[in-house]
Write a protein that binds this ligand. Sequence first.
Ligand code: MTE
Ligand code: MO
Length: 358
Amino acid sequence: CRESKVLLNIRKNPLATLEPFNAEPLRSDLISSYVTPVDFFYKRNHGPIPIVDDIERNLPKYNVTATLQCAGNRRTAMSNTKTVKGVGWDVAALGNAVWGGAKLADVLELVGIPKLTSATPSGGKHVEFVSIDKCKEENGGPYKASIPLSQATNPDADVLLAYEMNGKTLNRDHGYPLRVVVPGIIGARSVKWLDSIGIITEECQGFFMQKDYKMFPPSVNWDNIDWSTRKPQMDFPVQSAICSLEDVNVVKNGKVTIKGYAVSGGGRGIERVDISVDGGKTWVEASRYQKAGIPYVAANKWAWVFFEAHTDVPKDAEIVAKAVDIAANVQPESVEAIWNLRGILNTSWHRVHVRVGH
Ligand code: MTE
Ligand code: MO
């Protein structure tokens, strides 16, 4: 159902599946480039990849650099506490691309739905995106999702109907010919292979809005779950991970380079990234940048930052990264406290172990 050449660049993940096709790059490949090359961009699909016809592209074009992150990123580490359901992602189920396309607010205006102003309240309505792929979770129906009309009609929210990724025509994996890109929220709402858009009074009732991608407390299990008690997850909390090191490393001398990414949802930029080499007792601040070689000046609100620190490490070191966003939200210390049965939003401090060998 898909070409095998992309597989050359992806992690051999025993929990990842071919059909549907899910893949994430190696940690080191993820941070080898600020703008994630298409081959290194994670892929998350709930059904086989379809082929769709080209569509009309005669609309004003915007380029928005935005990080898309799967809500299940870092799920594998959550399973260490207690098994969770879902694709077993390491820390690279996200990517940062330059998305080119039309603003959804412009498209809606063309069909008579005004842009967001205080004079045009959205009346609590929602915009539904329906795909053409066939998902078993939808009983063979298409993947779908919705966002509030107030976000869809707000030009500053930068919601795109994208036909380009990194300056090239979107490829099949990422939604050719047209996909939704909703910056700042979980990837699940950025519907690929877009077929239709509808204005609806209640949020989309599809499986991935109502029976998945909801954040439950640690006390909820598969016997007592009541999906109707929680809202669909939209916003993404502050996240970071170390990508220059694997979970366990042996180094020759006591010096390591700690590099990784940090990103938050809702357009909240990253304020700071703290690094510890003693499991969180003491911290130093990492440097941050948004493009290799270019100093971090002002955050593009939808795009990740890379961070970097060079430090001496003790013989047996637990290295930790934690990011803080501009709203002073901090990543939670323990994964136990945010454990949830679907294994979403593991934003706990990222820890790796380094042993100094002889
Ligand atoms: N759109 C369709 N039509 N089908 C899907 O399975 N998966 C969603 C979203 N859009 C999906 C979809 C999920 S869960 C994520 S995280 C992102 O697409 C992944 O986008 P990517 O494969 O371009 O990285
Ligand atoms: Mo996802």
